[in-house]
Design a protein around this ligand. Structure first.
Ligand code: IPE
Ligand code: IPE
Ligand code: MG
Length: 249
């Protein structure tokens, strides 16, 4: 188990152990170029590759990408179908590259609404990379923070636990294998959580950029990391209580 930001004080490091990203702005990127929205989703995959590579170079341990929310099913059927197809193809096409890079792939979210074919590919990709010891890349697909908390509570309930505490709840969240994100990034200019990791973002540093996701990459990540390093992470304490090296200003 990793240190909880509310039950203890996590270790503060200059490189985040865990970065969680809402990859937003694909549709607007395409619209600006008079292209169909789906062209933006396609280009978004290039930004994913760049970001993954840079995280490995930096020594980030966990990268979590929000790819499809529980509310994204509300989009027009054509767009949803395209996103499903893109996910299906990417799972097949990218997995060898991920494996070569020693990446462990994990997919979190409800599988109830995915086709059997997509579920099989998710299982195969996770199984193929399960023994890898490098970056843990989590794709949140059909994921919602509320869904996650509820499935954890229901799991505890089903196993007869009545006295739920923070530790037991956290241990049943779908990303119990990762520390809480140190840094949350949202591209696309909106400043909201949109039902991403509600529980785990309790003490994450939040970073918002107007860049649209397909325009995000190595340099943009470096800017986000510079902002991260400038933050004073107090976890409820006063500045004076922090080790000198962690004080800012
Ligand atoms: C994010 O880009 C990708 C998904 C939600 C799947 P959007 O498709 O939300 O792009 P905008 O926000 O409409 O520009
Ligand atoms: C959040 O983006 C979800 C993903 C990037 C997968 P949205 O575009 O769906 O968020 P809202 O609707 O603007 O809040
Ligand atoms: Mg959006």
């Amino acid at each position: 188990m990793f240190a909880s930001s509310t039950q203890g004080v996590p270790e503060v490091q200059s490189v985040p152990r865990h970065i969680a990203i809402i990859m937003d702005g694909n549709g607007r990127w395409a619209k600006k170029r008079l292209l169909p929205r789906v062209a933006g989703h396609k280009r978004g995959l290039d930004a994913v590759r760049d970001t993954v590579k840079h995280c490995i170079d930096l020594g980030v341990g966990y990268l979590t990408l929000f790819a499809f929310s529980t509310e994204n099913w509300r989009r027009p059927a054509d767009e949803v179908n395209f996103l499903m197809e893109l996910f299906f193809v990417a799972l097949e096409r990218e997995v060898e590259r991920l494996h070569q890079s020693n990446i462990r792939l994990r997919v979190i979210g409800s599988r109830d609404r995915f086709s059997a074919a997509i579920c099989q590919r998710i299982d195969a990709a996770e199984a193929k990379t399960a023994g890898n010891s490098g970056l843990v890349l989590t794709i949140a697909a059909d994921y919602g923070g509320r869904w996650d908390v509820l499935q954890a509570v229901n799991r505890l309930h089903a196993s007869g636990v009545t006295d739920i505490d923070e530790a037991s709840l956290a241990a049943n969240l779908s990303m119990a294998y990762a520390p809480e994100p140190d840094l949350f990034i949202r591209t696309g200019g909106e400043q909201r959580i949109s039902n991403f990791l509600l529980w785990q973002l309790a003490y994450s540093e939040l970073y918002f950029t107007d860049l649209l996701w397909p325009d995000f990459g190595k340099d943009a990540l470096d800017v986000a990391l510079a902002s991260f390093r400038s933050r004073e992470r107090r976890f409820g304490r006063t500045s004076e209580q922090l080790p000198q090296a962690h004080r800012r200003g």
